[in-house]
Write a protein that binds this ligand. Structure first.
Ligand SMILES: Nc1ncnc2c1ncn2[C@@H]1O[C@H](COP(=O)(O)OP(=O)(O)OP(=O)(O)O)[C@@H](O)[C@H]1O
Ligand SMILES: [Mg+2]
Length: 388
């Protein structure tokens, strides 16, 4: 019976020698080695073998058993599905394997240190927002207008366009991103470093991932600043193209912190079509301007409801988004309809851009994401960046 075990923990050198090519068993082994070396960890965007996450691959009668090492307790590792999909596709594509089974083990402390070292080497240190990472802060002076729903769906829309996207829930007291993206995703804490949680191909971090649901967070201003600083500096964001930041309602401490930590964060204001909402929503824009943060656009949410009769009902009035955009001298990037599925999707952790990509709301989120890409990065200002 043919059986091959390759130990990656000891030997990550995968070159294919001439003698391998002549021997079918050796050829199979080297093809499998090559395939596994090409597998990229979706969270960190580094290859699994370099990260020390592949221990052994044992192939027996066309069935591959892959032993994965994770930098946390096995039960706490929540990213198995995407990882298994990547490895399975890669191994089956060799034509040498018909089925792939997985076994997980925790890394030793020394292996965890190596894992972090690999990441720090790959990304030149801890601070992992690259110069070209665009920070998209979704804000509004008004609560409940849909900032978190817009942040989540725009993050997904950008990711569907092929960008690597991080989502930072800066609403430290009123976090909602973990629920919206789906409970169950966990970050990994190794020493002082945090590997983001991941859901729907988005890396994200939220105070909600570190707090018990029923415990109120009572951090004051300086602690809030510290928390945001840690979210930016200690989290291994692994150089995303976009970091979407879900801002809390209002114009307070978080905007100040963002302004001092990432002065080139781009501000986008969410409002509803109501005229009265527009005047409250714009306060966050005015605060952003006072803090010299680039204000890039307005997004109108809950613009209309389309009945079964095809008629559009403007339940919250009309014109608020356009008026605010004109007032601020920026573009109105889109008008998202009121869709019951958008709310239920948020409640069950499956955003509408995932559950129904062809819905009117998803199309509009795609259009807004595209408009953000088209806007290009804001002009850099000469200011000491604290976290990158
Ligand atoms: N276009 C929409 N259609 C239907 N429901 C929506 C829409 N946008 C948002 N909602 C729902 O409205 C509620 C408030 O939305 P969300 O939490 O995104 O607002 P927010 O501005 O982040 O609130 P907060 O100020 O509390 O942070 C949620 O239940 C959400 O599912
Ligand atoms: Mg919110």
């Amino acid at each position: 019976m043919e059986s091959n075990e390759t130990n990656y923990g000891e030997d990550a050198n995968n070159s294919q020698s001439e003698s391998d090519i002549k021997d079918p068993a050796k050829l199979a082994e080297s093809l499998i080695k090559e395939a596994i070396t090409k597998c990229i960890d979706p969270v960190t965007n580094c290859d699994l073998v370099s990260l020390g996450m592949v221990d052994t691959v044992d192939v027996h009668m066309g069935v591959a058993e892959v032993e994965i090492l994770v930098p946390c307790q096995v039960e706490a590792y929540s990213n198995t599905k995407e990882l298994e999909q990547i490895i399975t596709t890669s191994l089956i594509d060799t034509g040498m394997v018909g089925q792939v089974k997985f076994k997980y083990s925790p890394m030793t402390e020394a292996e965890k240190d190596d894992f972090i070292l690999q990441l720090e080497t790959a990304y030149r240190g801890k601070n992992q927002l690259k110069d070209s990472t665009r920070i998209i802060a979704i804000s509004s002076g008004k609560g409940g207008v849909g900032k978190s729903s817009v942040s989540t769906n725009i993050a997904i829309a950008l990711s569907l366009m092929g960008y690597r996207v991080g989502l930072l829930d800066a609403d430290v007291y009123g976090f909602s991103i973990p629920n919206m993206l789906g409970p169950g995703a966990e970050p990994i804490v190794v020493g002082n470093s945090v590997i983001p949680a991941r859901a729907h191909k988005i890396n994200f971090v939220s105070a909600g991932l570190f707090a018990d649901d029923d415990q109120p967070i009572i951090w004051r201003g300086p602690m809030l600043h510290k928390a945001l600083e840690q979210f930016l500096a200690n989290v291994m964001w692994c150089e995303p193209d976009f970091l979407v930041v879900d801002m809390p309602p209002g114009t307070g401490d978080v905007a100040l912190s963002i302004a001092s930590l990432i002065p080139d964060a781009e501000f986008y204001v969410v409002t509803t079509p109501q005229k009265s909402a527009e005047s409250v929503a714009q306060r966050s824009a005015i605060a952003a301007r006072q803090l010299k943060l680039p204000l890039r656009g307005v997004i109108e949410n809950m613009s209309f409801f389309e009945g079964d009769d095809g008629k559009k009902y403007e339940l919250f009035g009309a014109g608020g988004g356009r008026q605010l955009a004109d007032h601020l001298g920026v573009k109105l990037l889109g008008q998202i309809p009121l869709i019951p599925d958008l709310r239920t999707g948020s409640d069950i952790g499956t955003p509408i851009t995932i559950s129904n990509p062809s819905s009117a709301a998803s199309t509009e989120f795609g259009k807004i994401a595209d408009a953000i890409v088209q806007l290009g990065p804001a002009k850099k200002r000469l200011q000491a960046l604290k976290v990158r």
